[in-house]
Design a protein around this ligand. Structure first.
Ligand SMILES: CC(C)=CCC[C@@H](C)[C@H]1CC[C@H]2C3=C(CC[C@]12C)[C@@]1(C)CC[C@H](O)C[C@@H]1CC3
Ligand code: SAM
Length: 378
């Protein structure tokens, strides 16, 4: 975190890149989903799962929380090393939630959620844009096509960067897109580089929101805009209520988040680093007939379209049990690496916590903030 020297950062990056090669192989980009899972280096996968789960021992006291916050970089890196194949298998290449219109397909709603953020940020052709925590580049590809902007994706996970690069070549978007390795708590870009910055369901992995928002503020040009879909606990959340804390812990554990912050913490952090907040809107706080957590809810009444069936089969409660059983057999037979079942169990906790948090409106994955760096900022 803070106090890390340049040598330590370079050393950490080298180690993570080497480990990624060992775990996923040289041609990491080309294999997807469970096919990729079955071709992992088995001992490296076991190590990656252990590295991720070492901080998740059920403890929610301040000391346990501090350990998770301190180790956020390695811990998140390990989390995405082990979940990326499952995410792609179950959800596609955009790792975020979205609102659903009646009759709209799953993938149309995911794309619309991305277009909406681009529209709110005012991203236009020729802009230089930073995507903070870009995953395997699903949103960057969609927003590049939608707006004509040039986008750099920043990510601390080598496997996801390799995949994002592979896809941008495959879809002939290399002229508009680039993907770079880096920690969003300590960015390497020159100050005042970008016209716009966006982040989709990524900055919640930060140990301190002022840290990541401060870096974004620094790399934005004066007058530039930052738009974010933030994961936060809502004003209904009460950390002293054990039921509420249990839900927050399930979300933290299953989603690789050191600590879920409350909405007001995010709001204040934006202001503290110098932003002028233009939009402050929880997009999940509505009466949508089909809630954002519908695919995970297991309620078949939410299937809108025949083309959604394959997604729903993978994401619903029954579908997840089926995947878990399949992975369990494959692990026992030695086809899937040791630890794969533990990963499906952690993801199950995520799904349960997210649906419970969504139903009770204790949690939102789409707290939309649009914030501006003042024109006269230094
Ligand atoms: C972790 C953050 C900040 C965002 C990711 C949001 C979502 C894309 C994921 C949250 C829980 C994930 C699960 C799956 C896909 C991606 C998420 C919805 C699965 C459906 C993938 C297939 C597995 O068998 C079950 C997973 C349940 C959780
Ligand atoms: C849930 S995924 C969202 C990815 C992408 N925004 C999308 O919607 O598809 C969160 C992303 O944040 C990245 N991330 C987490 N912590 C990071 C850090 N400290 N620095 C850079 N990227 C980080 C992860 O590697 C992952 O790609």
């Amino acid at each position: 975190m803070s106090g890390t020297t340049q040598e330590e950062t370079t050393e950490l990056r080298k180690r993570q890149a080497q480990f990624a090669k060992e775990l996923h192989g040289e041609d990491a980009g080309s294999k997807t989903g469970l096919t990729a899972l079955f071709s992992k280096n088995k001992s490296a996968q076991k190590e990656a799962v252990a590295k991720y789960l070492k901080h998740w021992d059920g403890k929610t006291d301040a000391e346990a929380e501090d350990r998770r916050l301190e180790d956020y970089n390695e811990s998140t890196h390990s989390y995405y090393n082990v979940v990326t194949d499952f995410y792609e298998y179950g959800w596609g290449s955009s790792f975020h939630f979205s609102r659903f219109y009646k009759g709209e397909t799953f993938f149309a709603s995911v794309a619309r959620h991305e277009h909406y953020l681009a529209y709110k940020a005012g991203i236009k052709e020729g802009d230089l844009v930073l995507d903070v925590g870009c995953g395997v580049g699903g949103p960057a590809r969609e927003i590049a096509r939608f707006t004509g902007a040039n986008i750099i994706g920043l990510n601390n996970n080598d496997y996801q960067i390799a995949k994002a690069k592979y896809y941008s070549k495959k879809f002939h978007l290399e002229d508009q897109l680039d993907f770079v390795k880096g920690d969003f708590m300590n960015m390497d870009f020159e100050p005042a580089t970008f016209d716009k910055v966006y982040a989709i369901e990524a900055t919640c992995h930060a140990p301190k929101l002022e840290g990541v928002y401060g870096e974004i503020y620094k790399v934005l040009k004066p007058g530039g805009v930052f738009a974010v879909y933030e994961w936060v606990m809502t004003d209904k959340y009460d950390a002293s209520n054990p039921e509420h804390r249990k839900i927050a812990y399930e979300i933290e554990l299953g989603d690789g988040i050191p600590k879920m912050f409350e909405c007001d913490v995010a709001r204040k952090a934006l202001k503290n680093v110098g932003f002028e907040v233009l939009v402050d809107d929880d997009l999940a706080d509505n009466d949508d007939e089909i809630p954002w957590y519908a695919p995970l809810s297991g309620d078949w009444k939410y299937i809108q379209n025949i083309s959604d069936l394959s997604t729903f089969v993978r994401t619903s409660y029954l579908g997840r049990k089926l995947t878990n059983a399949m992975v369990s057999v494959m692990e026992r037979l030695g086809f899937a690496p040791e630890g794969s079942v533990k990963v499906t169990q952690a993801l199950e906790e995520a799904a349960v916590g997210l649906v419970a948090g969504g139903e009770a409106k204790l949690f939102t994955p789409m707290m939309l903030f649009v914030a501006k760096k003042p024109l006269d900022a230094k």
